[in-house]
Write a protein that binds this ligand. Structure first.
Ligand code: DGJ
Length: 780
């Protein structure tokens, strides 16, 4: 809901209010962003300037300094010295501008953008128009309120009505000044195979910048940022979340002024940015996404998750169960042929897998990562019958078929490069730097965009393909395009070109499920999610590493967006050995897939996987779309994840142990989101462990004496796995919330099937079901 009384604007969601007003000078003052307030006389929260301004500069004749105000947007050269959301060379060559209120309009719905993705669904929008005092240049600040999920999106548009060209050097989507200090800030930082690690640090006077310069939203710093009061935890306290619907270079700066006002600006990065705006032209920023909660970080994340699931993901994929897939990448890399693929597919179908994905290496001369990118002709020596023939064979096994593409890239050793070297980005006269032996296609060029659209669409038309993995495997360099007027336009034009391609292909193939990927999670953002409902979270499939990655991402993105696969141990990224059970237990908190050579598994391991898949199919809707909860880490060697249905009828808790302690203490597991007055049946999800984990101790648990590492044991592993951690209760939700005292862990003495044999990297899943809960359409 949006209301206006005497130029005071009140934007209300279910539980929050965002209030600003027009000052007598025409500037916009932020009065409040936080818990929901009643409509009233807001003079009590006007900023007071009745004691002079110290060394600050006064705005014109008014006894007011812009530097001391919480503003909705701010402009250069009139006395505000904090970090600026706008830098523009005006028609007079100066960088001074002064935009003031000129009118506003409130409308139902969202305001779709032409070239950039935006949120959809029920919303109310207010557009406030500002006009420069000297030149006929206007600015529109748009706010859309998504009441259901306590989210407000903001964006900015500049329209040049003057006769001269103006030059944008920086234009942020959002500027928000909060009158509260004592904040911590959280960002997601990392790199390849260590994406999205959450870092929380104290915010003190000065400036903190979270940005990307790689051309993509990047695995270095995700665009999501959280500000929170020092005392805020997962379940208590005030916090503010910010994210950007954009897949290119982003920028967030947070400045704590010397008077303790916290300014947040967020938008497209000004790194190498320069945008000339000729007479009559306009520039539109991507949307920034804001939310706040007084109930801690889990609640804040639930706002973001609901926003993504209901307003970002295309309506056709909302709440739609995602298939369990098998991907051949870690099993074969480039070294495959039809026989190998079919034998993997046959095994996968026997285990219950629903979708088979053929990864990199199926086209051109792509037998390694030096050649072939840009070519779309199938490699007939690997797949003599072509893609359509393979897809049909896979369909005959009862699975659907998916295919990998990396359409934004080109190898110099490719037919495309030989024919169109000008399609690759490079600066004339300079040898371009390569990443993974490849160059970036110049997506600023319409002919390049069309080449991609035509070729990807041809393959999708010719074969029964129901899933596409859209990869992008390098950071950008040598940015130059002759398709733009100024080289400061290249990064942003690339992203606009990419969005045109994605919009066209996903509109033309609405039934194909697209999964975005960029060397794993190098482009995990709301822009990509607008076109592709899921993203491959990381090339790291080691579940211990995945805990950090999936937990970090969960602050901003729901489980329904995160591809997560069970892979072979020891893991290719860390050489760590982990139990099959844990690999599944972590992947089950995302979109489950398998990515390993199934022919290396013994019969018992295959049976274990078959059971995992049966279980996941039953709980799929909960695991993919349920409420996700994080926990405060009570013990440094333990991580818990949990999902619950919104009505509290079912929940699944994951308990993950990092390293085993000797003779460990007692574990108490707390459930969240359950109904305290309802009775639940709680039990550990059945899983078995490899008998090899017992080493010498095996002699105590089997009647037959087996030599550790010996031939008989190696054979016995194929036929026998040990049950453990068998435990169940019937109790009320109140007890489960206050803490369930679960069975003891292995203490160095004795084993029974009730003992929790976690060891290093061990884990368990526990389900809690209310009597009569509906699971997978069936009443329990
Ligand atoms: C990077 C992806 O993240 C991997 O899953 C795989 O698809 C490779 N690219 C293929 O080159």
């Amino acid at each position: 809901m949006i209301s206006e009384v005497n130029k005071v604007f009140m934007l209300s969601t279910k539980e929050t209010s965002y209030i600003f007003r027009v000052l007598p000078s025409g500037h916009l003052e932020n009065l409040h962003y936080g818990n929901r307030l009643k409509e009233q006389d807001f003079r009590g929260i006007h900023m007071k300037q009745n004691a002079g301004a110290g060394s600050s500069v006064l705005y014109m004749e008014e006894a007011m300094s812009l530097d001391l105000l919480p503003l909705e947007y701010s402009f250069n050269g009139k006395g505000d010295y904090r970090v600026m959301p706008l830098e523009m060379e005006m028609p007079d060559g100066s960088f001074v501008c002064d935009f003031v209120y000129a009118g506003h309009e409130i409308m139902e719905g969202t305001m779709p953008m032409n070239e950039l993705p935006d949120a959809h669904g029920d919303g109310v929008t207010i557009v406030v128009e500002l006009r420069d005092k000297l030149f006929p240049i206007t600015m529109k600040l748009s706010y859309t309120v998504f009441s259901d999920c306590d989210v407000i999106t903001r964006r900015t548009e500049i329209i040049n009505h003057s006769k001269e060209t103006v030059r944008l050097r920086k234009i942020m989507s959002l500027c928000l000044d909060l009158l509260s200090d004592g904040f911590d800030v959280m960002t997601l930082d990392g790199g390849w195979i260590k994406e999205a690690h959450a870092h929380r640090r104290e915010l003190s006077q000065g400036m903190l910048i979270n940005d990307s310069t790689t051309g993509a939203s990047s695995n270095r710093h995700n665009p999501g940022v959280i500000l929170m009061k020092k005392e805020t935890t997962e379940d208590h306290g005030r916090c503010y979340g910010f994210n950007l619907m954009y897949s290119g270079n982003h920028h967030t700066a947070i400045e704590v002024s010397n008077h303790g006002i916290v300014r947040v600006i967020q938008g497209v990065s000004q790194h190498n940015f320069h945008w000339p705006l000729a007479s009559g032209e306009s520039f539109e920023t991507p949307s920034a996404v804001l939310t706040t909660s007084g109930k801690g970080l889990n609640d804040l994340s639930h706002h973001f998750h609901d926003f993504v699931n209901h307003h970002v993901i295309s309506e056709r994929w909302q709440k739609k169960p995602r298939p369990i897939l098998m991907n051949n990448w870690e099993a074969t890399f480039f070294d495959f042929n039809e026989r190998k693929i079919m034998s993997l597919a046959k095994e996968a179908s026997k285990l219950g897998v629903e979708l088979f994905v053929l990864d990199d290496g199926w086209f051109g001369k792509r037998n390694n990562d030096h050649a072939g990118l840009g070519d779309y002709e199938v490699n007939r020596s690997k797949l003599p019958g072509g893609i359509s023939n393979l897809a049909r064979k896979i369909k005959a096994l009862g699975m659907s078929f998916g295919l990998w593409f990396e359409p934004e890239m080109i190898n110099e050793d490719s037919e495309l490069f030989r024919k169109h070297p000008e399609y690759a980005m490079k600066v004339p006269g300079r040898k371009p730097s390569k990443g993974r032996n490849q160059l970036v296609l110049d997506l600023c060029k319409v002919e390049v965009q069309d080449y991609i659209i035509e070729n990807v669409e041809k393959i999708l038309r010719d074969a029964p393909i129901s899933y596409v993995k859209w990869d992008m495997n390098r950071h950008m360099s040598d940015m130059f395009s002759d398709a733009v007027e100024h080289q400061g336009m290249v990064f942003h034009s690339y992203i606009k070109g990419l969005y045109r391609v994605l919009r066209k292909i996903t509109d033309d193939f609405p039934d194909v499920l697209f999964e975005s990927c960029s060397s794993g999670g190098n482009r995990f953002d709301l822009g990509m999610l607008s076109y592709m409902p899921q993203i491959w979270a990381s090339d790291n499939t080691d579940p211990v590493e995945r805990l950090k990655i999936q937990e970090g991402l969960s602050y901003f993105y729901p489980s329904s967006t995160m591809g997560a696969h069970v892979s072979q141990s020891p893991h290719q990224q860390t050489l760590r050995r982990t139990p099959l059970e844990t690999r599944f237990n972590v992947a089950a908190f995302g979109l489950l897939g398998y990515e390993l050579d199934l022919s290396n598994l013994n019969l018992k391991e295959k049976e274990e996987i078959r059971n995992q898949i049966i279980w996941y199919k039953k709980y799929r809707s909960l695991m993919q779309f349920g409420r996700f909860y994080r926990f405060i880490k009570e013990k440094e060697n333990r991580v818990n994840f949990q999902v619950a249905e919104e009505d509290g009828s079912i929940a699944v808790l994951g308990n993950f142990q990092i390293l085993q302690k000797s003779s460990p203490g007692f574990d108490v597991l707390h459930f969240k989101g359950l109904n305290p007055d309802e009775r639940y049946h709680v039990e550990t999800v059945k899983a078995t462990m490899d008998i090899e984990a017992f080493g010498e101790l095996l002699k105590h648990v089997t009647p037959v004496k087996l030599k550790p590492g010996g031939l008989i044991l190696r054979n016995a592993r194929k036929f026998y796995r040990l049950p453990h951690n068998v435990e169940s209760y019937d109790c009320y939700g109140d007890l489960l919330a206050s803490g369930l005292r679960v069975n003891q862990q292995f203490m160095g003495t004795g084993y029974s099937k009730e003992t929790r044999m976690l060891g290093d990297f061990g884990s368990q899943l526990m389900s809690a079901e209310m009597k009569g809960a509906i699971v997978n359409g069936e009443k329990q």
